[in-house]
Design a protein around this ligand. Sequence first.
Ligand SMILES: Cc1cc2nc3c(=O)[nH]c(=O)nc-3n(C[C@H](O)[C@H](O)[C@H](O)COP(=O)(O)O)c2cc1C
Length: 449
Amino acid sequence: MTTNKRQIKMVGFLQAQNCSIAPGSWRHPASATDFLTPEYFQRIGRVLEEGKFHLAFFDDRLAMPDIYQNDHGEAVENGVRVVKMDPVSIITAIAMATRRIGLGITYSTTYYEPFHVARLFATLDLMSKGRAAWNVVTSLNNSEAANFGRTEHLAHDLRYERADEFLEVVQGLWNSWEEDALVVDKASGQFAHANKVHRLSHKGKFFSASGPLPVPRSPQGQPVLIQAGQSGRGRQFAGRWGDLIFVVYPTLEAGKRQYAAVKQEVEAAGRNPDDVAICPACYVCVGETQAIAEEKREYIRALAKPIDALVLLSEALNFDFGSKSMDDEFTDAELETLSWTGFRERVVELSGKANPTVRDFVYFSGRGTIGEFPIFCGTPTAVADQMEEWFTERACDGFVLAATHTPGAFEDFTRMVVPELQRRGLYHKDYPGTTLRDSLGLAVPSRSA
Ligand SMILES: Cc1cc2nc3c(=O)[nH]c(=O)nc-3n(C[C@H](O)[C@H](O)[C@H](O)COP(=O)(O)O)c2cc1C
């Protein structure tokens, strides 16, 4: 049954390790340990699909987190998001074990070439029968640069300039084949119409690619695009390209303000804001009673180690947090160099200090702990109340659910919260069609769009 009522979009936030974005999650006694096998990820995919999640999404980084003390030792010893298997193979394994859930992976516009990415996602869209999504990132740090033959990471705004051109080339390649180009007529011997398969002949500032793409048009026409830019330039990029926009909002009030600002950016790019879903990251701790839920939350909180935060802050901000003591302030010049500007701005705003200390970054960002995102905690009714408030007060169109442990957190959500959201009419009871675009209510883009 379909409904025109606005409904929550749900994304499962995954890592290609046995943890969620909170590294302490791998230390949880209920976390599965067979994460170097396809079965581990297929199990998660099935749970998410049972919960009718719109998307299973893997983030990515093209290096170990080794900026802290200029070494990977602490990250490896403590398992601080140190394993990052290739997400294409993993999402393909999940695709084979599921039928409807969307399949999103992260690819960098700074370290890959548009032809490679266009071919990969068009093929993934075909092999998954229209369920592919690409999280477009510009990457964050010098360790990634060092793995790709560069000495340092590109400057912030230049990364986005390159990313804009990258997207133009990728979309151009996806549009190489007209919808009815393929014939495959054995009787006449005609495979496809040559005049319906086009070259791109792109020559720009950053890229040249002639095309055509040697992959026929995929079921979604163009795989769904995810973006999470948070700075002024990043938001402008997200507003131009993103179908799904991932964000981090510390509070409901901040969320409402920033949601309106992102929607405005979408409009400024000449697009319909209703076609773009904004989804903040969150955690859910749900239990049969409020006390059980809170006990679960505190148990998980205690699994974080102080080193987790320092390693992950260094990685995300491209700055060695081991080079300063806890109460040293960041100078203006140091703040200027931090890679993730939206992250820096959040810490400056929450701490109320123009020059936060290392301790401020740890405390106010919550990085490496479940305090990094809002935690919806309580009985199924209480959790649904909180999510409903965020959704109906227009702080979001859905959520990116990070797991306190895997797959348990997704199982709890599916078993306890999903039925309550469905009962309230806030969440779909089934997938309305076969593709991710169907689930998200997005039209297939025409070639000329
Ligand atoms: C939910 C979420 C997931 C993200 N996943 C990734 C990722 O997988 N890889 C990455 O390099 N950056 C990731 N980012 C970072 C963003 O792509 C972006 O670089 C960051 O928000 C900084 O924004 P800015 O570039 O506008 O300063 C993520 C951000 C959010 C909010």
